[in-house]
Write a protein that binds this ligand. Structure first.
Ligand code: DAK
Length: 262
């Protein structure tokens, strides 16, 4: 795999055409999401988002751990003002604002901020060893990067309550059953499967993919009637693209479409 600019806490690669891969790479501290790691992650995502040759992004950790959450050492003595000043929330917002699809490839622990990072992605491919949890209650706090909101919207209130109030963890198989992850694969193949999924999406009409992601995300933000209007406007807008003309012509001519991304 081609490797990119040197970061200290992450590795960025291009495993296959159209796909950017970000590996969290601090296995000694279980990929704890320190401020420097988050700075690099958001920088790398920004660079991949701006790179036209990248059409889908995969975020992964190691086989043993996706990420064990925010760095407890870094947070232990923090004051509310420091937390606000650090722009920690801003970094998480940056992840949310990436318009290209992001697949999380999760193996081992995805705890606290690690689970929230996976949830902030658009799809999750898990290895059979993956464990999802929000153990912040053990530290006297609660999730702060979307755990209560995204879990409740994804797996429902009852199970979210158990996870957030009582550190109930989900195995990969449970996470698949409850709709948190798209699919489960072996530890040997989960990353390849995530890259394969990303490559398939990367080969599709780029503007349609982008608007599709935006429209699906809107379903979690708004009322049904507002969401339906939002979807319809995206649908209309796509008729201004060359790709719509090409896609429909290719269907009628019984050939494969050639997407231009315009
Ligand atoms: N922070 C710092 N260090 C960590 C860590 C973490 N989250 N998780 C693990 N480590 C370190 C351990 O301290 C240990 O370091 P050394 O002692 O070797 O120096 C090393 O990684 C290996 O850990 P263990 O010795 O504990 O290994 P085990 O195999 O026994 O256990 C474990 C692995 C992952 C189950 C365990 O380490 C663990 O429970 N870790 C803590 C998990 C946790 O509580 N996570 C939630 C953290 S709170 C926000 C954004 C984000 C957040 C909040 C707000 N805003 C935008 C506002 C997120 C908050 C959180 O994630």
């Amino acid at each position: 795999m081609a490797e990119e600019k040197n970061y200290e806490h992450i590795v960025v690669e291009r495993p296959t055409e159209g796909v950017g891969l970000v590996r969290l790479n601090k296995p000694r501290t279980f990929n704890a999401l320190t401020e420097p790691l988050m700075r690099e992650l958001t920088h790398a995502l920004g660079a991949l988002a701006a790179d036209e040759s990248v059409r889908c992004i995969v975020i992964t950790g190691t086989k043993r751990v996706f990420a064990a959450g925010a760095d407890i050492k870094e947070m232990a003595q923090a004051t509310p003002v420091e937390l606000m000043q650090k722009n920690f929330i801003g970094r998480w917002e940056q992840i949310r604002q990436v318009s290209k699809p992001i697949v999380a490839a999760v193996s081992g622990y995805a705890l606290g901020g690690g689970c929230e990072l996976a949830l902030a992605c658009d799809m999750i491919v898990a290895s059979e060893t993956a464990v999802f949890g929000q153990p912040e209650i053990n530290l006297g706090v609660i999730p702060g990067a979307g755990g209560t909101q995204r879990l409740a919207r994804t797996i429902g209130k009852a199970l979210t309550m158990e996870m957030v109030l009582n550190d109930r963890r989900l195995s990969a198989e449970e996470a698949a059953r409850f709709g948190l992850v798209n699919r489960v694969a072996s530890v040997e193949t989960y990353l390849d499967e995530a890259i394969q999924l990303a490559a398939e999406i990367a080969a599709r009409a780029p503007i349609a993919v982008r608007l599709a992601k935006d429209a699906v995300n809107m379903a979690l933000e708004t009322t049904l009637s507002t969401g339906l209007a939002y979807e319809r406007n995206h649908f209309y807008a796509l008729f201004a693209t060359e790709d719509q003309k090409e896609g429909m012509a290719a269907f009628l001519e019984k050939r494969k479409p050639e997407w231009k991304g315009r």
